[in-house]
Design a protein around this ligand. Structure first.
Ligand code: PLP
Length: 398
């Protein structure tokens, strides 16, 4: 088939599991629509509409664009999925999945679910009669109880934010299915490179591609991956019917980022592990959490389920609020910012940033104290990152 005769099926090629390595797929998949120019990189299709009867079956960009199809193809490949649908942000992808629920449906969500997912359930979908119950799914008894629920969806993240709890995806999938629920895994923190939820039994794997997929903090996006054709059709419908589509340019940028994702994840993992070890050994922290530190409560599970620990490290520094803020201010290579997964390191103070709207008592009940800090460890030289932390720690007497 030439580039000009595209299959009508957006990611039909992804149905055959590829035997190529992730680093090869990240670079070579999703390279359609180069047409007759010989361009090594497919161009940007910055168009809102298409002439009827074109071989790609395109009509209007809200319901499809060559840049969407190329990005969906490579993201499906990395996730080992038959199908993928791209969205304008991670929250758009979450909205697409939640929009399939009916009034009266029950969702069982992990209690440490991403803040914007919680807000969407509580402040938007609750108005339409969707009920959500929150459970600690690191607790095996709670996982078993899922098989007795009549939930429509079970919603988890692993690792979670910011506590980095690791949830047993295969066990949760089995119990969810026994109770008749579909399992959605938000795979953003691990990324497709390190964790394959669909292979562990999940029905949907969802990512904010804003984070590790793009990796350069310059575009937003989301994706829902699945092996189920009916779910894929629901996601394609949501993309156009709810207006959740990405921009062609953001897809093009994200695809550019994806090419180096396997390479970047290696460095994120190595840097984060080194930094976590340093903090555990030398910072005087009360605890340091990283999935691949032997002190992590679900260390064995993390080693089984993930190919690397990813790039996020959380630490309870055990300092008063003022000293915690002084420590963060003194860091040079970790600007205080929300988001994660970019090449640059960032730090986050959940109590005053991501979780500021949560009352102090409620925050502390789930472990988010005034001196909890979260690092998104970038791909800089590790010696510089450690030296920066060392300097800021000495500023607060550590
Ligand atoms: C950032 C994030 C989202 C939301 O993604 P956006 O692209 O910011 O809309 C969802 N889930 C997790 C775990 C995230 O970190």
């Amino acid at each position: 088939m030439s580039d000009d005769q595209q299959p009508q099926h957006p990611v039909g090629g992804a149905r055959r599991p590829s035997e190529q390595g992730l680093a090869t797929q990240a670079i070579h998949r999703g390279a359609q629509f180069r047409e007759s120019t010989g361009a090594v990189v497919p161009p940007l299709f910055q168009t809102s509409t298409f002439e009827s009867g074109n071989p790609g079956g395109f009509d209007y960009t809200r319901s499809g664009n060559p840049n969407f199809r190329n990005l969906a193809d490579v993201l499906a490949g990395l996730e080992g999925a038959a199908f993928a649908t791209v969205f304008g942000s991670g929250v758009s992808a979450i909205t697409a999945v939640a929009s399939t629920l009916q009034s009266g449906d029950l969702v069982v969500a992990e209690e440490n679910v991403y803040g914007c997912t919680y807000r969407l359930f509580e402040q938007v979908f609750a108005k339409f009669g969707v009920r959500v119950e929150y459970r600690d799914l690191t607790d095996g008894a709670e996982v078993e109880r899922l098989s007795g629920h009549s939930a429509a969806l079970v919603w988890i993240e692993s690792p979670t934010n910011p506590m980095l709890k690791v949830i047993d995806i295969a066990a949760v999938a089995e119990a969810s299915h026994a109770g008749g629920a579909a399992l959605v895994v938000d795979n953003t923190f691990a990324s497709s490179i390190l964790q394959r939820p669909l292979e562990l039994g999940a029905d949907l794997s969802l990512l904010s591609t804003t984070k590790y997929s793009n990796g350069h903090s310059d575009a937003l996006g989301g994706v829902v991956c699945t092996d189920s054709e009916p779910w894929f059709e629901k996601m394609e419908f949501a993309q156009k019917a709810l207006g959740l589509q990405p921009s062609p340019f953001d897809c093009w940028l994200t695809q550019r980022g994806v090419k180096t994702q396997p390479l970047r994840m290696e460095r994120h993992c190595a840097n984060a592990l080194a930094l976590a070890r340093f903090l555990e050994a030398e910072s005087g922290a009360v605890w340091v959490r990283y999935p691949f530190l032997p002190s992590h409560p679900q260390y064995e599970l993390a080693r089984r389920q993930m190919r690397g620990g990813s790039g996020i490290v959380s630490a309870e520094l055990g300092l008063p609020l003022q000293a915690t803020v002084r420590f963060l201010d003194r860091l040079n290579l970790f600007p205080r910012a929300e988001s994660l997964g970019g090449v640059e390191s960032l730090c986050c103070h959940p109590a005053s940033m991501t979780h500021a709207s949560v009352p102090k008592a409620a925050r502390e009940a789930v472990g988010i104290s005034d001196s909890l800090v979260r690092f998104s460890v970038g791909v800089e030289a590790i010696d510089d990152l450690v030296a920066d932390l060392r300097g800021a720690l000495s500023e607060v007497g550590r």
